[in-house]
Write a protein that binds this ligand. Structure first.
Ligand SMILES: [Fe+2]
Length: 232
């Protein structure tokens, strides 16, 4: 269909967004099940409930404006849903998959924010006044979900980086010190020489468990931490 007027665009954009929401309703439960962390899992389920409400709002818009909704499949959402499925197939359940799923969900939100922004603008321009608050409400939910997911994504990435830091510390210290009896979590091992010739006890050293990766001497015997977390 050649879209030549705002009203034509509206008649394309509304069913496209409707299709996106319907596809997302099928995808979110799968993402919630795949997440190892209860927080993103709950965020997906909460957004599922919101998405059902957003579908109901579009139904309301259609009724208010006495429109007939075309049957359209939103190609962008189809790709995003496929991307989510691929992540679940290819990444082991755990913190890395959680970070990936949160990122995928944010891509969905960004797409929906763009759609509702366009719809709200068109609805206002076309003077479909009664429908404006409905679309604004959905837009506000998409933005809030994006913000919530962003915070969860940062938290999940930090957890994953901390775990990776411990593993890296284990490998690095083993190489530097010639010590072979550490475990990544700092649980096993006896007193172990560090890179400076000192000793860290895995059971008691406060920085052991905080994932310090390297330490080096600066000035007169002062130490500076490079990477990881912890105290010098
Ligand atoms: Fe939505």
């Amino acid at each position: 269909m050649a879209v030549k007027a705002a009203a034509h665009l509206y008649l394309h954009k509304l069913p496209d967004t409707y299709s996106a929401e319907k596809q997302l309703i099928k995808s979110l439960p799968r993402m919630a099940r795949a997440s190892a962390d209860p927080q993103p899992s709950q965020a997906f389920l909460d957004h599922l409930e919101e998405t059902q409400g957003q579908v109901a709002r579009i139904d309301e818009v259609v009724e208010l404006l006495n429109l007939k909704l075309k049957r359209i499949k939103c190609a962008a959402m189809e790709d995003l849903v496929e991307e989510g499925k691929d992540l679940i197939d290819e990444i082991e359940k755990g913190p890395v998959l959680d970070v990936a799923l949160i990122g995928a969900a944010q891509k969905v939100e960004h797409d929906e924010i763009a759609s509702y922004t366009t719809l709200t603008t068109l609805t206002t321009k076309l003077r479909y006044t009664a429908a404006v608050p409905l679309l604004q409400a959905s837009l506000a939910e998409e933005r809030a979900t994006d913000e919530r997911l962003g915070k969860l994504g940062q938290a999940a990435a930090i957890k994953d980086a901390a775990a990776a830091g411990k593993a890296r510390w284990h490998r690095t210290s083993s190489r530097i010190c010639g010590e072979s009896s550490y475990s990544a979590g700092g649980v096993a091992g006896t007193r172990s020489p560090d890179a400076l010739g000192g000793f860290h006890d895995p059971a008691t050293s406060p920085y052991w468990s905080r994932g310090i990766v390297h330490r080096r001497r600066i000035g007169h015997g002062r130490l500076r931490r490079i990477g990881g977390g912890g105290l010098d």
